[in-house]
Design a protein around this ligand. Structure first.
Ligand SMILES: [Zn+2]
Length: 275
């Protein structure tokens, strides 16, 4: 599946590349992106190889979210193990840390691109959309999924009784608490937004995110009432019931045990580095 998709991407990648030398670095301009990098840290071929897959993913994301872009998105390629983000660039460009996977973790370019295409001040909608899009068009082998699908995460959380209510989640600082509190906040949001996309479609969900950019308050209770004409508690219950009807599998069962034992980080690290 993965190999087929990659081949299709290379064949379908008809956008001509433009290499430009700029002071302090090199640029590779493709359709969606302008990769800006230091040639001492990244080789031309490494960036080109990465850009092929990134372009293919970006085109699918644009189609799904009905986005038309004129200018390529600036991607500042960084080395090391920092956290990729759009925040320093006011959501117009991104810092992307590393290109090749580090200890099994890939660069989350679809996630960051989703923020640039469709943002929200509400953390559940903002990170939920980006997480759902990375799962759909990108890779599971990145933050916050680390190789497990959103459904597997939900089954693990359900079994370990670690599901957090959405109204509580949107008020919580995701950087606080145990290590796994952060990926849990992301995957719950991702799974809920994936449910909304399934039920209402990308156009309505897109309108809901745009609505939160213009109107206050942006809490989920209000968003659900105004945009989906339903109380949050009803949608939340239906989402969790949908997840309950999904089958449990060995990966979700192992995650459940790791959650119960407080060893999620160790469990994920082992999965990521096991060939
Ligand atoms: Zn994000």
């Amino acid at each position: 599946m993965k190999t087929l998709r990659r081949c299709a991407g290379i064949l379908g990648w008809a956008v001509s590349l433009l290499w430009v030398s700029v002071s302090g670095g090199e640029e590779l301009v493709s359709g969606c992106y302008r990769f800006i990098y230091d040639p001492m840290e990244f080789s031309q071929w490494e960036v080109e190889e990465f850009s092929r897959e990134a372009e293919e993913r970006c085109e699918k994301l644009k189609l799904f979210l009905h986005v038309a872009t004129k200018e390529p998105i600036d991607v500042y390629v960084r080395s090391g193990q920092g956290v990729s983000t759009t925040v320093p660039h006011k959501n117009k460009a991104m810092d992307l840390f590393f290109l090749k996977p580090i200890r099994g973790v890939e660069a989350p370019i679809v996630h960051e691109t989703a923020h640039i295409f469709l943002d929200s001040p509400n953390p559940v909608l903002r990170e939920g959309l980006a997480t759902a899009m990375e799962e759909r068009f990108g890779t599971l082998w990145t933050h916050p999924t680390y190789g497990l699908s959103l459904v597997e995460w939900m089954k693990g959380l359900e079994c370990a009784e670690k599901i957090v209510g959405l109204a509580q989640l949107e008020k919580t600082d995701w950087r606080e608490g145990a290590w796994e509190a952060n990926p849990i906040a992301y995957v719950l949001s991702g799974s809920f937004v994936a449910f909304l996309l399934e039920r209402y479609g990308p156009e309505e969900v897109g309108k809901a995110l745009k609505w939160t950019q213009r109107f206050r308050p942006t809490n989920l209770e209000r968003v659900c009432e105004v945009r989906f004409n339903r109380p949050l508690k009803d949608l939340e219950r239906e989402w969790l019931e949908t997840m309950k009807s999904e089958p449990m599998n060995p990966s979700a069962r192992e995650l459940c045990q790791a959650l119960k034992a407080g060893k999620v980080r160790e469990f994920l690290q082992k999965r990521l580095t096991t060939p």
